[in-house]
Each structure stands twice: as C-alpha cells, then as structure tokens.
Design a protein around this ligand. Structure first.
Ligand SMILES: [Zn+2]
Ligand SMILES: [Zn+2]
Length: 107
C-alpha cells in the first residue's frame, strides 16, 4: 500500500485511490490536481471520526480553514466542543505551495 499520488490522503494499491479515480473518470476529468476543498473535507471527516481531543465527542462545532504562509499551506480546523467546553486549533496538514503532486496517467 502507498499513499495515493494525487491526493496524498488515502492509501491505494492502484495508481490512484478510489475517490480520486471517481473524480477523474466520472466527475471532473479536467480537474487534474486535488483541490483544497477535497483535502479539507477529508480531514474534517477524519476529525469527526476521531472525535474531540479532550472528551471524544463526535458532535462538536468546527470551522475549517486554509492559511497560506511562507510558501506553505496550512489546513487547520478550529474545534469548539460543546460537550467539554474546550476550544482549540488543530493543524491537519501542511503542504508546500506550487508543488502539485504529479502522477502518471495510465492507459
Ligand atoms: Zn487520491
Ligand atoms: Zn470535547
């Protein structure tokens, strides 16, 4: 297993993970690179699955944001958990700007 070369988020045994495969083949063939929204949505889902850092609650309020700084792109989630009354910021991923992940198109 390796990380999918397009999204770098999900493991795959094929050339692309199943989600990217679907995106490219059926939905947006012009969309070659993974989008910020895709990356962020993935991390939000993972975060909700993991639950609150403090109490493990799966139903917290959150705000997801992308911040660009020093050639880096930060994917950040602000969690505001009503169950334990904790609010905190979590960095989900940092990527280097202007360096799209390349993949070979297999035909
Ligand atoms: Zn992928
Ligand atoms: Zn909590």
């Amino acid at each position: 297993m390796m990380l999918c070369p397009r999204c770098n988020l999900r493991e795959t045994e094929a050339s692309l993970c199943s989600v990217c495969m679907l995106k490219i083949q059926f939905h947006k063939p012009e969309q070659e690179w993974v989008t910020d929204d895709e990356i962020m949505n993935h991390h939000v889902m993972q975060k909700i699955k993991r639950g609150c850092n403090e109490c493990g609650s799966h139903s917290f309020a959150y705000e997801a944001g992308v911040k660009e700084e020093n050639e880096l792109k930060w994917f950040i989630i602000l969690v505001n958990c009503g169950a334990c009354n904790k609010a905190y910021e979590e960095i989900m991923e940092v990527r280097v700007l202007n360096e799209p992940i390349k993949y070979e198109e297999s035909e």
